[in-house]
Design a protein. Structure first.
Ligand SMILES: NC(=O)C1=CN([C@@H]2O[C@H](COP(=O)(O)OP(=O)(O)OC[C@H]3O[C@@H](n4cnc5c(N)ncnc54)[C@H](OP(=O)(O)O)[C@@H]3O)[C@@H](O)[C@H]2O)C=CC1
Ligand SMILES: CCCCCCCCCCCCCCCC(=O)OCC(=O)COP(=O)(O)O
Length: 325
């Protein structure tokens, strides 16, 4: 048989062959004879492929592809629903942020404001708080339901001020959905040189202040059986490093207190989250208190115990980095 005659026959153009057609059988016996010259493993593979090709194609198109597309679709739907739920939750939610004038607190304020939350911005410096309100208002998307933030001025290291600030917040906004205990100070010094007044100052700002504020707002959350308490601790709440004793101690205490609180609040449906970041480029280091109670300022490099890893400045405040210890 001429191959030239076989080609249209095989392609089914002019003479679609029937399985029992003698011509068809001839074609295959010829092709088989041809393939006898092929190396045996290749021949075996070809046979195996021919037998299974149909099954594999069937499996691919009837099971694998729909399964893959279905999973991707389900994942996308899940993420979309999650985002919609989060947006609905944050819209109009009352969010209280301490230490809103700088660093992480300021970034949180921007994010929650953009999400349509009703913000209560807390800080020690009224002017800086007003600057932030201006900044947020200037950026506000008026198509969205955006609220003008409410500001409260108090020093976290003054427990009386903390209690009256909480009272004022509840009077003005009624309740708190999310409390972000963010404010804090850093400390640098040796244990030997550090006076107890400095240890107390760090503890009051980083530990007693946030727990007093939380305790003052807690009863209102319990009454509503709703609320989320967040505290910004640190990796140093888990690991202690030299020359940061007061800071690490305050963060360890914070971690422990809020872990207990989480367990106690479970029955009231109140969530408690402890966030433990690594290094982030903010004003925290320059504002650190030193062994004699003065501000570190970032200039007295001889006071910095050890330059461990020096990296170029991070571009964004949200960039984690390990710089010094
Ligand atoms: N930056 C980092 O590498 C890391 C930071 N953290 C934690 O994140 C939190 C925020 O720090 P960060 O944004 O970096 O630092 P910043 O110094 O930029 O901000 C600290 C904020 O806390 C406020 N604050 C300080 N002391 C008091 C006080 N006595 N009463 C009221 N407010 C006070 C400051 O107010 P004011 O403007 O008046 O000084 C400021 O708004 C802190 O708890 C810190 O320990 C945790 C891990 C890493
Ligand atoms: C082979 C040795 C392994 C050793 C592993 C030790 C890991 C220790 C990691 C310590 C990370 C500390 C992260 C601290 C985050 C934080 O709270 O930063 C805030 C500051 O302390 C910033 O203020 P500072 O005055 O210290 O600049």
């Amino acid at each position: 048989m001429e191959y030239s005659n076989l080609v249209p026959c095989l392609l089914g153009a002019n003479c679609p062959p029937a399985p029992r057609d003698p011509e068809w059988t001839k074609v295959f016996s010829l092709l088989t004879m041809e393939s006898e010259t092929v190396v045996p493993w290749a021949r075996m593979f070809t046979r195996w492929k021919n037998i299974h090709r149909g099954k594999l194609m069937d499996l691919t198109f009837t099971a694998i592809v729909p399964l893959l597309l279905g999973s991707v679709g389900l994942f996308a739907l899940f993420r979309l629903l999650q985002r919609m739920r989060m947006r609905a939750y944050l819209q109009d939610a009352v969010v209280v942020i301490t230490g809103a004038t700088s660093g992480l607190g300021k970034e949180c304020a921007k994010a929650f404001h953009a999400a349509g939350s009703r913000l209560v911005l807390c800080g020690r410096n009224g002017e800086r708080l007003q600057d932030l309100v201006q900044e947020l208002s200037a950026k506000a998307n008026h198509a969205k339901n955006i609220h003008k933030p409410f500001t409260v001025i108090f020093d976290l290291s003054d427990t009386k001020m903390v209690a009256s600030a909480a009272e004022e917040i509840l009077k003005c906004v009624g309740h708190v959905d999310i409390l972000i205990n963010n404010a804090g100070i850093s400390y640098r010094g040796t244990i030997l040189d550090t006076g107890m007044d400095v240890d107390k100052k760090v503890m009051e700002t980083n530990y007693f202040g946030p727990i007093a504020f939380t305790k003052a707002l807690l009863p209102s959350m319990i009454r509503r059986q709703q609320g989320h308490i967040v505290v910004i601790s640190s990796v140093q709440g888990k690991i202690s490093i030299p020359f940061r004793s007061a800071y690490a101690a305050s963060k360890h205490a914070t971690q422990a207190f809020f872990d207990c609180l989480r367990a106690e609040m479970e029955q009231y449906e109140i969530d408690v989250t402890v966030v433990s970041p690594g290094y982030i480029q903010t004003n925290l280091s320059v504002n650190a208190v030193t062994a004699d109670g003065s501000r570190y300022g970032g200039l007295q490099t001889n006071n910095a115990p050890q330059q461990l890893i020096q990296q170029p400045p991070a571009r964004g405040a949200e960039m984690p980095m390990l710089t010094t210890w």
